[in-house]
Design a protein around this ligand. Structure first.
Ligand code: NAI
Length: 385
């Protein structure tokens, strides 16, 4: 079957038209059961799954069952990311995962999945797949690019304000029946006139800058090896600086780059030693971009005045994860990119990727992370200096 899929894909990329081969394949699709095995690993939502728009959970299956089964494919949905997944992988052709409940598709797992051709990330951020191993095995990794970038950018602004305005302790006072204005106000500031910077000014980072513009910050900075166009820079009034300059000058840092070889533990002890004392950091990108224990030390010492975000490593965060218990944080579980609005967009986008794959049509270039044994997205390929 794998060779049929490959032949189908290559015929389409050559001709760009529906060939006799494809028509025959389509016929087979409707008449032969279980043409391809598709596995999805999604979080379990329990009672919350009664909300039918909560498409991204195990119970609601991204709304894909009918679409896949009508085409004769086998669709297996699970929340288990270990044993059950390992049992299914040897004959799985398409694997759907999400960053919210990441199934870690390691090199070992890829080696045990000889039929795997396509990994789809229902959402944005495919670092939970070993992209180098996927390249070696010529597995395509695609994600629903852009599907939740507004959702995340809004969350970033919310969490910046939660930290700078000292919202969490204020709210905690209220629900505890307390009232002590001084205690809250002594750690509360305006965002106006502060220097704010984003590490990564791609789809999310840029949208954060757009949303921050009306706050009249003193400066908006960004560091990224891909520069924004002069028009985009001037539209938000942002200036490109080096990572070193950004961390030394910012009152607020927001992290919006992917997790890859060069960003794992990017925020480590050496960096925390150099940041502006009292900086606030919001990380909705990936937990592993920040060194877990170095952050706890930096927050405890006051070097970092507050930390927020929604991404952890691993996920789900274990009960004893130290970020849960460090002072002055405003962390949430990983949900910024999975609002109901976002779920509709990434469920539709996942279906679109599957349709293209099964019909042998080209993928949308912006959805491709790795394809044909190479990185198709520049966001994961940081040039050497
Ligand atoms: P994007 O690909 O549009 O932008 C990423 C930008 O980061 C690119 O411009 C790239 O050049 C830059 N970059 C890469 N390495 C960098 C480095 N070392 N320093 C500075 N910039 C660097 O991606 P998008 O859509 O903006 O998403 C960014 C990341 O946000 C995703 O990879 C994912 O990890 C995370 N994300 C989190 C979500 C959540 O629910 N918390 C949802 C969606 C994405």
């Amino acid at each position: 079957f794998q060779s049929v899929s490959l032949a189908r894909e290559s015929l389409f990329s050559k001709t760009g038209k529906r060939s006799l081969f494809e028509k025959t394949y389509q016929y087979l699709h409707t008449s032969t059961p279980s043409l391809a095995k598709v596995v999805a690993v999604l979080y379990e939502a329990g009672a919350a799954a009664k909300e039918p728009r909560l498409l991204g959970c195990k119970e609601n299956e991204l709304g894909l069952r009918k679409f896949l089964e009508d085409r004769g494919h086998k669709y297996i949905v699970m929340s288990d990311k270990e044993k059950l997944l390992d049992q299914e992988l040897p004959d799985t052709e398409v694997l759907i995962t999400t960053p919210f409940h990441p199934a870690y598709v390691t090199a070992e797992r890829i080696a045990k999945s000889p039929k795997l051709r396509l990994c789809v990330t229902a959402g944005v951020g495919s670092d939970h797949v070993d992209l180098h191993a996927a390249n070696k095995a010529k597995i395509t990794v695609a994600e629903v690019t852009g599907s939740n970038v507004v959702s995340v950018a809004e969350h970033v602004v919310m969490q910046i304000l939660a930290l700078v305005r000292n919202f969490v302790p204020a709210y905690t006072q209220v629900i505890k029946g307390e009232w002590n204005v001084g205690d809250i106000a002594k750690d509360s500031f305006d965002l106006e006139n502060k220097v704010v910077g984003t590490v990564g000014a791609g789809r999310i980072g840029y949208r954060v800058l757009q949303r921050l513009k009306p706050f009249n910050c003193k400066e908006l900075l960004y560091s990224d090896y891909q520069a924004l166009s002069p028009e985009m820079e001037s539209a938000v009034g942002a200036k490109r600086v080096t990572f070193e300059e950004l961390i030394e000058r910012c009152d607020v840092i927001t992290i919006n780059c992917p997790l890859h070889d060069k960003t794992r533990n990017l925020f480590n002890k050496q960096v925390f030693d150099k940041v502006k004392p009292g900086v606030y950091i919001v990380n909705t990108a990936r937990g592993a971009i920040v060194d877990r224990d170095a952050l706890v030390e930096a927050v405890k010492s006051g070097k970092v005045r507050g930390y927020a975000g929604d991404v952890w490593y691993p996920q789900p965060a274990p009960k004893d994860h130290p970020w849960r218990y460090m002072p002055r944080h405003a962390m949430t579980p990983h949900y910024s990119g999975t609002t109901l609005d976002a779920q509709k967009r990434y469920a539709d986008g996942t279906k679109d990727i599957l349709e293209r794959y099964f019909d042998g049509r080209p993928f949308k270039p912006e959805d491709l992370i790795v394809h044909n044994g190479e990185f198709a997205s520049k966001a994961y390929v940081q040039p050497e200096k």
